[in-house]
Structure formats: structure tokens, C-alpha cells
Ligand binder design. Structure first.
Ligand code: GLC
Ligand code: MG
Length: 249
């Protein structure tokens, strides 16, 4: 068996079905010990909220943590985000100007302080308001010369990120650093902020059975042999997909 790189979102992807998570953890742990498989968590959460989750759930220690929707990469158990990655993100990014532009929209409700990060400005936004606010905010940011990316997830969360940052680009960065091919990489997710994981390249993709409408819609428009829509939810869907791609054979 060959080692592979497993990249997975946490909320409602890896986490959500305790029994399936336990089974998957055992399998991955063994694969890591016997074949050198690597595990990366790619989450929207800040490091602080990731730590909270580790007290609530049985999670394996990852080889790297991609936090804050791909804008921070923590290698091993380091508390400091990777500097090379931060430098890439700072190009064309003006956080204060992003905050000032967003202040024009009453529908944007700021998320808690822990989730406001150097390269991520986050709000709650209802689906009803999003239809009108997103295009207007996008053009205002453009008028201000800000090269930003808007990511809307779960009909509730809006993240504004630098052009060079998202989960997918962070995974490319890690793959290059570790010298792992896209064909030996599996990415798993359930919502809008995971779309970049699937769209960035030829990585094997597992969309869990409980995926949110925005990701399902994207998948319907972008079907590919290297993407698999699982029937089972959460970790059960990951297990199903790993078998489908033959990574556990
Ligand atoms: C997580 C983060 C939040 C973000 C959301 C969607 O819930 O805590 O800040 O908006 O993921 O990416
Ligand atoms: Mg999720």
C-alpha cells in the first residue's frame, strides 16, 4: 500500500458521526504508522476554536493544521502560523480597508473576535440578504482596489480573504513542500469554504453525503472522475470515498 495525504474539513465532515469517526481514526492511525500516510485538517475555525473542538472530540493529532479558511498553516504542534504562507497572503491585502468597506452593509453582523484573523474578516449573513449584499460588496472592494475573495458557507457565514488564500491554495502549498502528488491526495468537505479544496487541481475529492446545497450545486456543475459524492454522512462518507478511490485496498 502507498502512503497518501488525507485533507479533511472538521465540522460536519470529519466530525458529526461519533461511531464512524472512531472507525476512521483507527484506520488512519494504522495507515499512518505502517505506510507514512499524512493527515491534515483544513478548517474554517481559528486555532482557538480548533483547540476547543479537540477537548470535545476524539481527534488524531494532524501533521498540519490549515486554520481560518486556509489563511493560517500550522505545522506539527507549532503555535505560530507558517511565515512563508503569511507572506504570500499579504500581497494585495489591506485588512483595515476591508473592514471599512464591509461597514457600509448593515446586514453584515461581525462574528466573534476569535474568528477575526489577520487574513480573514468574518461575518454572519442571512441567505435572504446575501443575494443582494455579496455582489455589491464585491464591487465596492474592487473599487477600493482590494484583491479579496468572498466565501459564503452554510447559508450563514461570510469570510473575506486575500486573493491568494483559501483552503485549496493552502493544500497546494503543503503538497509542494512535502512533495506529494495530487493523485495521492484526498480532500474531503461539506460546505462552501471547501469548494476550493475540490476546484484547485486534480486532488481526489470526497463530498460527504450531508453536504450543504452550495457544494452540491457546485458539484452538479463540475462533475469529474476524481470527485466522489458519498452516500454516507461525515466520517462514514470519508470511509466510503477512501474505499471508492482504492486508498485502503
Ligand atoms: C468556521 C469559522 C467561521 C467561518 C466558518 C465558515 O465556523 O469559525 O469564522 O466563517 O467556519 O468558513
Ligand atoms: Mg464543514
Amino acid at each position: 500500500m502507498t502512503p497518501f495525504l488525507l485533507v479533511t474539513d472538521l465540522d460536519n465532515t470529519l466530525v458529526g458521526d461519533d461511531a464512524a469517526l472512531k472507525e476512521l481514526n483507527q484506520l488512519l492511525n494504522r495507515h499512518r504508522q505502517e505506510h507514512g500516510t499524512k493527515i491534515v485538517y483544513a478548517t474554517g475555525r481559528s486555532l482557538a476554536l480548533y483547540r476547543v473542538l479537540t477537548t470535545e472530540q476524539q481527534l488524531l493529532q494532524p501533521d498540519a493544521l490549515v486554520a481560518a479558511v486556509g489563511t493560517e498553516i500550522y505545522l506539527d504542534v507549532s503555535d505560530t502560523p507558517d511565515k512563508e504562507w503569511s507572506e504570500k497572503l499579504s500581497q494585495g491585502w489591506d485588512r483595515d480597508l476591508v473592514v471599512a468597506s464591509a461597514a457600509h452593509f448593515a446586514d453584515l453582523v461581525p462574528q466573534p473576535e476569535t474568528e477575526q484573523r489577520p487574513f480573514k474578516v468574518s461575518f454572519f449573513l442571512t441567505e435572504a440578504a446575501a443575494v443582494e449584499v455579496l455582489p455589491r460588496l464585491e464591487s465596492l472592494l474592487k473599487d477600493h482596489g482590494i484583491d479579496a475573495k468572498l466565501i459564503y458557507s452554510g447559508g450563514n457565514d461570510l469570510d473575506i480573504l486575500p486573493r491568494n488564500g483559501d483552503k485549496g491554495l493552502a493544500v497546494q502549498f503543503l503538497r509542494q513542500r512535502w512533495g506529494i502528488d495530487a493523485t495521492q491526495t484526498v480532500v474531503c468537505g461539506d460546505s462552501g469554504n471547501d469548494i476550493s479544496l475540490f476546484s484547485v487541481g486534480e486532488e481526489r475529492g470526497i463530498i460527504v453525503g450531508n453536504a450543504r446545497p452550495e457544494l452540491r450545486l457546485w458539484y452538479d456543475i463540475n462533475p469529474a472522475k476524481h470527485r466522489y459524492l458519498a452516500k454516507a454522512a461525515c466520517a462514514g462518507g470519508i470511509l466510503e470515498g477512501l474505499n471508492y478511490f482504492g486508498f485502503l485496498a
